[in-house]
Design a protein around this ligand. Structure first.
Ligand SMILES: [Zn+2]
Length: 273
């Protein structure tokens, strides 16, 4: 197979055997944007030749961030389960050094993405780790450019690895997904990896939007639905897809900031504007 095309703006991969689409559908969507210079395509070798690398750093016990400052520049999270590691979201490129670093941390047993903006170079990461299964939320399957050979779709909550649950919360995308790991006997705090279905904001609070760079809101009813869905998880810390986390008890932050959002869009605070 030829090197996959990578959208220079969002760093999502597309099949390399054919011409790339005229415009990346993910960037052309109202939740993202095509940069002023127009659509540009690149490849992983080109990104590496330009000096880009995936940086691996510890975020918390049993959790590491993988960051490549290409495309959206997300921080994918490698998280330990009771048996094996999950890569939640994928960097937009891959290089030998980061593969070696991840191998030293136990490798990757499964990959899951929070939503299409985070597909990144998931096929390459799967191939580098023994064709690890790539779990894609069924409601967002149509956004896939390059379909990983080991792709599996899902829609109901399930344990992707022992002790890590995937769940769909919707909102940002209909298939927007989270991963939850409860507290454990080693004293590790419970974590909710939220992609940007729940966006952790500067200061460690959270917000809920349909579009982030383009700032398109969600209704009160949808935010209520998301908060109700997440109330089943006893969450100490929410981590987003940029290596940012909540400071106070996560379940309270979600409940309080969901209510704040609902009150604002319902006009409760209109006298303040
Ligand atoms: Zn794109």
């Amino acid at each position: 197979m030829n090197e996959p095309w990578i959208c220079a703006a969002c760093a999502v991969e597309y099949p390399g055997d054919t011409e790339p689409p005229e415009v990346c559908p993910i960037c052309a969507d109202e939740r993202q944007y095509v940069p002023d210079g127009g659509q540009r395509w690149t490849t992983a070798p080109e990104l590496r030749d330009a000096g880009n690398r995936v940086q691996v750093r510890e975020l918390a016990p049993g959790m590491w961030g993988l960051t490549a400052y290409v495309g959206i520049g997300q921080t994918a999270i490698l998280i330990e389960s009771r048996s094996g590691n999950l890569l939640f979201d994928a960097p937009g490129m891959i290089d030998d050094e980061s593969v070696d670093a991840v191998r030293a941390l136990g490798g990757i047993d499964a990959i899951a993405t929070s939503h299409p903006h985070m597909f990144g170079a998931q096929s390459a990461w799967s191939a580098a780790f023994g064709d690890a299964p790539v779990w894609v939320s069924a409601a967002d399957e149509a956004w896939l450019g390059l379909r990983p050979p080991t792709m599996q779709t899902w829609s109901e909550p399930f344990d992707v690895l022992p002790g890590i649950t995937l769940d769909v919360i919707g909102g940002h995308f209909p298939g927007s997904a989270v991963a939850y790991r409860p507290r454990d006997a080693n004293g590790r705090r419970s974590v909710l990896l939220s992609g940007d279905g729940v966006m952790v904001t500067p200061g460690g609070r959270v917000a809920f939007m349909r579009g982030y760079p383009t700032l398109i809101p969600l209704s009160a009813a949808v935010v209520r639905r998301i908060a109700d869905r997440l109330s089943r998880y006893d969450t100490d810390v929410v981590w987003n897809n940029f290596g940012r986390r909540t400071r106070d008890y996560g379940s309270d932050v979600i409940a309080e900031d969901a209510q704040r959002h609902i009150d604002w869009v319902n006009g409760v605070f209109d006298h303040l504007t």
